[in-house]
Write a protein that binds this ligand. Structure first.
Ligand code: HEM
Length: 219
């Protein structure tokens, strides 16, 4: 008869919390809203380009006509803004931003940036390196900027001070375009990093990671 010693059993897999539920919900709703806003925004842009020589390929736009694209753009805007307000309040009140996005010293950014270029930057699930922190804080600011410049374009009379700060209606359109471009650049970099370190994806979906990888934000 064989007996099984408890110590022979493989240690049970331990899953630890990484990304809080609210952050995950914000993230995926935000990704959906941003992508819908960009693609419908390109359709709106094509109807009256800020830079006359440049148009987005129609195959990469949504909204069969200008009015349809505007409706889609505004619907996604409300989703994006309400979702962002909840995330920003949570981020500041819970300490999520302080714990995960700070410190942000330029010296730390350059150290991690150079390590990344040399292929030596380690990634621990739930811990953002300084390059990620700068990118995340940057894209959150760009989202705020795209919303504010969008409001200035939408209601340039009611929000004339805001529009004036951006150089008037035409200036606000350029700011809106530049913020959109920064967000698109972030998305391309962000997706490239997810492809480079695919083990980060599952915890952002499920909120947990296995064993020693899961020592991230628990709030
Ligand atoms: C649609 C495809 C996307 C995928 C697959 C994706 C994937 C991910 C993953 C895996 C993480 C966690 C990274 C880690 O643990 O090191 C993350 C975090 C993050 N992503 Fe994305 N992402 C997408 C779209 C976006 C978009 C469109 C934005 C904003 C424009 C965005 C902004 C962020 C931010 C700010 C964080 C940090 C969240 C926090 O901890 O508060 N992502 N993303």
């Amino acid at each position: 008869m064989t007996t099984t010693d408890a110590s022979d059993k493989p240690a049970p897999t331990r899953f630890k919390p990484v990304h809080p539920r609210l952050v995950r919900y914000w993230h995926w709703i935000n990704a959906f809203a941003i992508i819908v806003m960009i693609l419908s925004g390109w359709r709106i842009y094509n109807a009256s380009p800020v830079f006359p020589g440049f148009r987005f390929p129609n195959d990469f736009t949504i909204g069969s006509h200008l009015a349809g694209a505007l409706e889609i753009h505004f619907a996604a805007m409300w989703l994006l803004v309400i979702n962002a307000i909840i995330y920003l309040i949570y981020g500041f009140v819970s300490g999520h931003f302080r714990r995960n996005f700070l410190p942000l010293w330029p010296s730390l950014f350059w150290r991690d940036f150079n390590l990344a270029l040399d292929g030596k930057l380690e990634h621990h699930i739930g811990v953002y390196n300084a390059v990620q922190r700068v990118a995340y804080v940057g894209v959150i600011l760009a989202i705020i900027g795209v919303v504010l410049s969008g409001v200035a374009i939408w209601k340039p009379v009611q929000f004339q001070t805001l529009a004036a700060l951006m150089g008037g209606y035409e200036g606000a359109r350029i700011v809106h375009f530049l913020m959109m471009s920064a967000i698109v650049a972030f998305i391309l970099l962000h997706l490239a990093l997810v492809v480079a370190v695919p083990k980060t994806l599952w915890p952002m979906l499920w909120g947990r990671a296995r064993g020693e990888d899961g020592h991230g934000d628990k709030s």
